[in-house]
Design a protein around this ligand. Structure first.
Ligand SMILES: [Zn+2]
Length: 376
């Protein structure tokens, strides 16, 4: 009898314990649902799950909720470099997907840069450039140089030195330095290996001995005065079209030179050295690797009516029409400073219609176009 009583009592205890556990579980579930709801209120604003979990227990939760979606704030609170005192700065700083973004932002802010300055700095370099830049003392003339989207953070010292030395304005300084014009021509040239209609070859951008253009074909005899020249197929098609249209307007043009290989250029150099001497070669003959003719995209154009192209009506016509076919006058008188070459009224370069039209409309050089759009 006694055992049965004990058993009954035990049974009712178990039921009670289960009841308590049940209640606790329900309470936990309610807390959990409430917690999830709070998290989702934050993630719905655009914060990540990781960020939301931290924001929920942060003293500045209300601030995060008021600012709403903000990628920089999100990155800051998500990572280990979050500094509460900069919370309002983060919200004003542009987001970049960089490993050291917040760390660098902290450093720059601590050096006294404004939010606007930090945005300027972030816009002009990659993570590595910014990390390097953040190490230095606060610099002057930030806005002056970096108002141009193509200014590079890593070139800052060279901009300063160049403008001091030459007295050039900020825009010219940025373009010249980005083109390496503060360095020694020929010796400090970067090497260009890939063929493209937009390729830049000049005293700072050299082709190797091995470089050969794509798709070389022979210039049609009708345009070559009986000589044999080669050039890029697309460029020749555009040139032919241009010459035919010119012909309907009573103008006769011919090609006087087109593709010249690295070896050709050596031969030319030696020829001129023999007859005209070193000085002439230095000033007037392109060194091997530095001639645009090696690209297969450059043509020396002549008029059939006169030997001096600059005096011909064909020259006048070319200046106003060549761009429609994808050609630019490569070395004009007014651009001598930037191209580094003396004026060559006969030398045209195929770059394709879009680039030619841009260069023509904006009255710039291929060098400037390169700095603005191609040099990454
Ligand atoms: Zn030429």
């Amino acid at each position: 009898m006694k055992t049965k009583k004990v058993k009954l009592k035990l049974k009712s205890n178990v039921v009670n314990v289960l009841k308590i556990i049940g209640v606790i579980l329900i309470i936990l579930l309610i807390i959990f649902i409430y917690y999830r709801k709070q998290i989702s209120n934050i993630t719905e604003l655009g914060y990540s799950e990781v960020a939301a979990k931290k924001i929920l227990f942060d003293d500045n939760k209300e601030y995060f909720m008021t600012v709403k979606e903000n990628k920089t704030l999100n990155a800051a609170i998500e990572g280990d470099n979050y500094k509460e005192k900069y919370i309002k700065n983060y919200a004003q700083i542009d987001y970049y997907d960089y490993k050291n973004l917040i760390k660098n932002v902290n450093t720059l802010l601590s050096k006294g840069y404004s939010n606007g300055d930090v945005n300027i700095i972030l816009a002009h370099g990659n993570d590595e450039d910014i990390t390097e830049f953040a190490k230095r003392e606060r610099v002057r003339y930030l806005e002056e140089f970096f108002e141009f989207p193509y200014a590079k953070l890593k070139n800052y010292d060279r901009y300063l030195a160049y403008t001091d030395e030459t007295g050039e304005d900020e825009k010219t300084t940025v373009i010249h330095v980005n083109l390496n014009m503060d360095k020694t021509e020929y010796d400090d040239a970067v090497s260009v290996n890939n063929f493209g209609y937009d390729m830049l070859v000049n005293k700072f951008h050299a082709l190797s001995e091995m470089f050969e253009p794509t798709d070389l074909i022979t210039v049609p005899e009708a345009y070559s005065g009986g000589e044999t020249y080669q050039a890029n197929r697309t460029a020749i098609a555009a040139l032919s079209q241009m010459f035919e249209v010119a012909k309907t307007e009573g103008l006769e043009m011919k090609v006087n030179s087109a593709y010249r290989s690295y070896a050709d250029q050596i031969e030319i150099q030696e020829y001129y050295r023999k007859w005209y001497g070193d000085n002439y070669v230095k000033n007037y003959v392109a060194r091997p690797g530095f001639s645009e003719h090696q690209t297969g995209l450059a043509f020396d154009i002549g008029s059939t009516s006169t030997n001096v192209f600059a005096n011909s009506k064909e020259y006048v016509w070319m200046q106003e029409n060549a761009y429609k076919y994808g050609f630019i006058l490569r070395f004009s008188k007014k651009n001598e400073v930037i191209t580094g070459y003396r004026s060559e009224p006969w030398h045209y370069r195929y770059v394709g219609k879009d680039i030619a039209e841009y260069i023509y409309t904006h009255k710039i050089t291929l060098e400037e176009y390169y700095v603005m759009f191609l040099d990454k």
